[in-house]
Design a binder for this molecule. Sequence first.
Ligand SMILES: Nc1nc(=O)n([C@H]2C[C@H](O)[C@@H](COP(=O)(O)O)O2)cc1CO
Ligand SMILES: [Zn+2]
Length: 159
Amino acid sequence: MKRKDYINWDAYFMGIALLSAERSKDPSTSVGACIVSMDNKILSVGYNGMPIGCSDDEFPWNREGNPLDTKYFYVCHAELNAILNYSGTDMKGAKIYTTLFPCNECTKAIIQKGIKEIIYMSDKYAETDSIKASKRMLDAAGISYRQYVPVGKDITLSL
Ligand SMILES: Nc1nc(=O)n([C@H]2C[C@H](O)[C@@H](COP(=O)(O)O)O2)cc1CO
Ligand SMILES: [Zn+2]
């Protein structure tokens, strides 16, 4: 008889998004994303980090101060990195698992790539205009989004 406590697809892909977030150097918010094809094959992963060549020891991680000395102008979001890290050509009908609801800029890229579903974990910035704009675009574009419902299984990784 087959094993019973295997994880479902959602838990598997959100788990990979969560593990990817562990690579982030952002001291306040680590984000991970995993893009999956219609037939449940992983296409790409990403986490929030500085662009290639922009040292994460030299670029700022501050949230406040002179805008040029904050991370916001520089950091590449997890979802955008996952899209850009994909070396294939066709993302149509794919799903994106992300640990945080996509901002308006990533949402544009998600839409343009033909991704059709967003599964997110946290929506902690739901009250910001960026996220409101994301939802407006997603609703107009007919892209669905739903919050991940944890299955109640804890997995410990000893790394
Ligand atoms: N969906 C997202 N994906 C992301 O990768 N990020 C990144 C950008 C920053 O590195 C960090 C947010 O920093 P903070 O404002 O919570 O200190 O998360 C942010 C959002 C929010 O929309
Ligand atoms: Zn973004």
